[in-house]
Design a protein around this ligand. Structure first.
Ligand code: WTA
Length: 679
């Protein structure tokens, strides 16, 4: 067992502890129609039914061959689910609905600008588009089962079409969030070894058509720096036939999809029958070292888990109009815009743009126009809309029966606005705690069976058994009021399989800390370390406090402090850099950068701007720090480690802890003076 690093910045340490809240019961109208309204479901997933309980989720899928072993633990902690089973994810999300609902909208896309009409794509049309694009990928780009294909696509239907086309071929997709920089995309291309990049020339945001092709060029360049050549770049045009970028097309490498597609009209590609354990996709996320981690998700386990949780927690019915207003570039979009909802044959909404443009009524207008029944978003969006348009929801005639919040802790006050104003007091609210790594929900409430408690995500999801450990591995008892490290005691089908290409790191980051015996093949010995601080109340509900590692969750986006710091260090003048989390009214947390200069360099606004520009270039605009502080020196331990915890204490006007053991304790007062004077 390792002890916590002394220089760790921990979001959980600066978390605000709110008082325990009262319970809210679901409305009777909701309970009457819920997919899970019989408490017997809790018994079916009781601990002594593990792991067979998850058969109930897997049985929601079509299998080409049924599995022989539900859970194989022989290579712990590389769990294998539904071993021997074969299936195709695209078949499950598209083909199998053709018999029952070919003309139902599978997707409704709401583009910007706002006067453009929403576009409905039926299951049949989706099937046609996926087949044609799969044929193009196979025959033009040479994509085959097991190949990795990187996407850098915005929120357009072409993104789910591309995901499903890869899944149809058994190829592994890796979508990089559109807002990431070309450099960040290039690193992920190289890491995954993708020969093909799929992108779009431009997309709309805040009313502007943004040039996105430029990022493809940067990405290929960045990949080449990592020794990886991208052979083929497939570029969809946001307006077919009209190129939105002034970047030249690179001969032999760049191709417009809309020029190629006519050759594949009417083509059909048989879905590849994949082993349950074949990887379905990679989703890169930030971690404790500079390099992003490619979380590898399986076909069978993942799809079973997101289908089951979509059914019981999102309460998705085929006739719902379900809208998760997240970006597909994050895990939330993969699991709960694309795979879960489509597997259940419902209508899933995707939208281009932002919640606040042209005004903070946009989401509610969309909800009214499309008759959205089920709504899903993040606390950051809720806080922002509450601030900018607190009464907007009352102006629109939509009716939600179910609402979700995901990605960050939600303050009880914000929760109540969501419930009363957005949900008009008629919708249940489920707070869902989970991660890129976990594939689907970990802590949440079964909406018809478990009451809501603002500020707490809820108990473990069906078949998920969380536990809180202290620093030395003792269980922190429920109701003790003490915080600790939340872990999951058992494996589950949605858990990621490994970090792409880095199995040792996977084991070390997620399983070593509380492992009881490295040679054991018994899952009881391998608790999964989530990386969050949490408190468990006497009722078994968990309150998540924030990250305990070097990750800062800004507006629900995970940023690695090491990535931010290495970006800052690319600026010539900078000698040392530290990224710290600060509390932020709207985004939950924000990042402040502390930098010190090389000898002989002088502090100036240009240096500060240089740091911000470097972060935007290396990671993307989403990682922009709110402040760049140039300080004379960093507080350090005698061994030279930067004490980020001390800096975070200063930035948050909080206790900095014991500083007597620092090599340079006097610097703490200097920095405090400088920072707190300006704040
Ligand atoms: C945080 C997003 C509190 C947490 C699905 C976790 C939450 C990280 C919640 C994962 C929630 C997610 N309440 N905190 N309901 N949901 N988090 O990988 O710190 O982008 O570790 O996955 O977000 O972020 P990720």
């Amino acid at each position: 067992m390792t002890t916590e690093r002394s220089d760790n910045v921990s979001e959980a340490q600066i978390a605000v502890h709110w008082r325990e809240e009262e319970y809210y019961q679901p409305p009777a109208a909701f309970v009457g129609q819920a997919n899970a309204s019989d408490p017997a479901i809790l018994d079916r997933f009781a601990e002594d039914r593990f792991p067979e309980c998850f058969k109930e989720y897997a049985d929601l899928l079509d299998w080409d061959h049924y599995w022989h072993t539900t859970l194989d633990t022989s290579e712990a902690p590389f769990w294998k689910w539904f071993v021997g089973g074969r299936l195709n994810a695209c078949h499950n999300c598209v083909d199998r609905h053709l018999a029952t609902r070919p003309n139902q909208a599978a997707m409704i896309w709401v583009p910007e600008p706002e006067d453009a009409d929403p576009v409905a794509i039926t299951y049949r049309e989706l099937w046609v588009r996926v087949n044609e694009f799969a044929a193009l990928l196979r025959d033009f780009a040479g994509v085959k089962a097991g190949d990795r294909v990187t996407f850098h696509l915005p929120m357009v239907p072409e993104l789910p079409v591309a995901m499903l086309a890869c899944a149809r071929l058994g190829a592994i997709h890796s979508e990089v969030f559109g807002g990431f920089s070309g450099t960040a995309c290039g690193e992920r291309i190289a890491d995954s070894g993708s020969d093909v990049l799929i992108t779009m020339d431009g997309y709309y945001r805040n009313g502007e058509l943004i040039d996105h092709k430029i990022k493809a060029d940067e990405a290929c360049e960045a990949a080449a720096k990592h020794g990886h050549e991208v052979g083929t770049v497939l570029i969809w045009r946001r307006h077919p036939g009209r190129y939105a970028s002034d970047r030249p097309m690179v001969d032999g490498r760049d191709h417009f999809v809309d020029d190629l597609l006519p050759d594949y009209r009417g083509q059909r590609v048989a879905p590849e029958s994949m082993p349950a354990e074949a990887p379905l996709f990679l989703m890169y996320t930030s971690g404790t070292t500079g390099r992003p981690k490619g979380c590898q998700h399986s076909t069978g386990g993942y799809l079973a888990y997101v289908t089951g949780t979509s059914k019981y927690y999102q309460d998705i019915h085929p006739d719902d109009t379900y809208w998760c207003a997240a970006d597909i570039g994050w895990i939330t979009g993969h699991s709960y815009i694309v795979y879960g909802p489509l597997s259940l044959g419902t209508t899933t909404v995707l939208y281009e743009g932002v919640p606040t443009y042209p005004d903070p009524g946009r989401l509610w207008r969309i909800a009214e126009r499309l008759g959205v029944t089920t709504f899903h978003t993040a606390p950051t969006t809720i806080r922002m809309l509450r601030k900018l348009g607190p009464d907007e929801p009352t102006k629109y005639h939509y009716r939600f029966k179910h609402m979700t919040t995901v990605g960050e802790p939600i303050e009880p006050e914000v929760w109540r606005w969501y419930h009363q104003v957005v949900g008009k007091g008629e919708a249940v609210v489920v707070d869902t705690w989970w991660q890129t790594e976990t594939g689907g929900f970990m802590g949440t409430t079964l909406p018809a069976l478990q009451p809501m408690k603002p500020g707490s995500c809820g108990p473990g999801a069906l078949g998920i058994y969380p536990v809180i450990y202290d620093e030395v591995g003792e269980v922190v008892e429920a109701g003790s009021g003490k915080a600790g490290n939340i872990c999951i005691r058992n494996p589950w089908p949605g858990i990621f399989q490994t970090i792409w290409g880095q199995p040792e790191r996977f084991k070390q980051i997620y399983y070593e800390r509380y492992n009881r015996d490295p040679a054991s093949t018994d899952w009881h010995d391998w608790p999964y370390l989530a990386g969050d601080g949490a408190v468990e109340a006497a009722d078994g509900y968990f309150r998540i406090l924030g990250r305990i590692d070097d990750v800062i969750n800004v507006a629900g986006h995970r940023l690695g402090t090491k990535e931010l710091e290495s970006a800052a260090l690319t600026v010539d003048e900078i000698a040392e850099a530290a990224a710290v989390p600060v509390m932020d009214e709207l985004r939950g947390r924000a990042v402040e950068m502390y930098v010190s200069l090389k000898p002989g360099m002088t502090a100036s606004p240009a240096v500060q701007d240089g740091v911000t520009a470097a972060i935007e270039r290396e990671i993307g605009k989403i990682a922009r720090p709110t402040q760049v502080w140039i300080v004379p020196d960093m507080p350090k331990t005698r061994s030279g480690k930067i004490m980020r915890r001390v800096i975070a204490g200063i930035s948050n006007f909080a206790d900095v802890g014991d500083i007597t053991t620092l090599a340079n304790p006097e610097i703490v007062a200097d920095i405090r003076h400088q920072v707190q004077r300006e704040k």
